[in-house]
Ligand binder design. Structure first.
Ligand SMILES: [Cu+2]
Length: 366
């Protein structure tokens, strides 16, 4: 098996980082859309940042109709948590596959170099754990996902096993002219497409375990038409009382990933002031965007300073996916309304009679 041969080769090579006498920092991961506390820039020397993630297979409800779904997750959330480090740091992940799970799993970091992004070195059966270390040698937001082998790869990804790493430049984010950029809040939105089989009557089917759902789900996946496209694991995960919050004048960094399929985020009534559409911070951010593109298998980052209060919808601007399939979120922004930016000059009311008459005048043919 290629994966095993590769793993043996890697094990034969002395693990250099093993001898590194670098400071260590243990970081507790948090469930999205939130992100663990971190410095936006650092003067410190590189370090080894330790994370621990447990793989959780569990049944979840993914929409208002109560549709049940056999999810596979990193740390119990869809997407898995975001890990933040600085360029030049080492990520040291302890990945745990509890014996209560039914499947082998691993992790492929798009931010890491070699061995299938770590996938070849991290395949673990239920009841096993593994420790992987890799150097964060390039800056940006990057997807990670489970990638066991063959058909297991797309299936585990659309079952929920995807997340992101953010590698910040040591001196922080910059605009196109090299001026420092900061954020007051950060939110992580992980979008994914779900394929839930239906019975003869058109009702969504439920299953006792991921394995039982596999055959029907794979048949549906091969047709490439998702039944749900959601932000953070379910329809409504980030709307209404789950809305993300901000205040007028605050700058928010919105990280958006899609591990399998393209998306096109749009903030209705707002903009992307600085957008790293491909998510890589060594490139100049684009400015003043209305909609940006997230390639399947990547993450992007958008920085926006809210200027007006209100409820903003943040959607996948394939509006069918947003409204019918679930790819929508809300930002609830508090503060003072700015009349200069927008005002309703006259409230809706009847069309004045004189104008009505004018509209009814027959058009003359010349
Ligand atoms: Cu998996």
């Amino acid at each position: 098996m290629m994966g095993a041969a590769l793993a043996a080769l890697m094990l034969a090579t002395p693990a250099l980082a093993q001898d590194l006498k670098l400071p260590r920092q243990k970081v507790e991961l948090v469930a999205p859309p939130f992100v663990h506390p971190h410095e936006q820039a650092t003067n410190q020397a590189p370090k080894i940042v330790e994370f621990r993630m447990e793989i959780v297979e569990k049944e979840v409800v993914i929409d208002e109709q109560g549709t049940k779904f056999q999810a596979m997750t990193f740390n119990g959330s869809m997407p898995g948590p975001m890990m933040v480090v600085h360029q030049g740091d080492y990520v040291e992940l302890t990945l745990v596959n509890p014996e209560t799970n039914t499947m082998p799993h691993n992790i492929d970091f798009h931010s890491a170099t070699g061995a299938l992004g770590g996938g070849a070195l991290t395949l673990i059966n239920p009841g096993e754990q593994v420790v992987l270390r890799w150097k964060a040698d390039r800056a940006g937001v990057f997807v990670y996902h489970c990638a066991p082998e063959g058909s297991m790869i797309p299936w585990h990804v659309v079952s929920g096993m995807h997340g992101t790493v953010m590698v910040l430049p040591r001196d922080g984010l910059k605009d196109g002219a090299g001026k420092a950029l900061h954020y007051d809040r950060i939110y992580y939105i992980g979008e994914h497409d779900l394929y839930v089989p239906r019975d003869e009557n058109g009702k969504y089917k439920s299953y006792g375990s991921p394995g039982e759902a596999y055959a029907d789900t794979m048949e549906l996946m091969r047709k490439l038409i998702p039944t749900h496209v959601v932000f953070n694991g379910k329809v409504g995960a980030l709307t209404g009382k789950n809305a993300m919050t901000a205040n007028v004048g605050e700058t928010v960094l919105i990280v958006h990933s899609q591990a399998n399929r393209d998306s096109r985020p749009h903030l209705i009534g707002g903009h992307g002031d600085h957008v790293w559409e491909t998510g890589k911070f060594a490139n100049r951010p684009e400015t003043d965007l209305e909609t940006w593109f997230i390639r399947g298998g990547s993450a992007g980052a958008a920085l926006y300073t809210f200027k007006q209060p209100g409820i903003y919808a943040y959607v996948n601007h394939n509006l069918i996916e947003a409204v019918e399939l679930g790819a929508a979120a809300h930002f609830k922004v508090e503060g003072k309304w700015n009349d200069d930016l927008m005002s309703q000059v006259k409230a809706p009311g009847p069309i004045p009679p004189k104008l009505q008459g004018a509209l009814q005048t027959p058009v003359k043919n010349n």
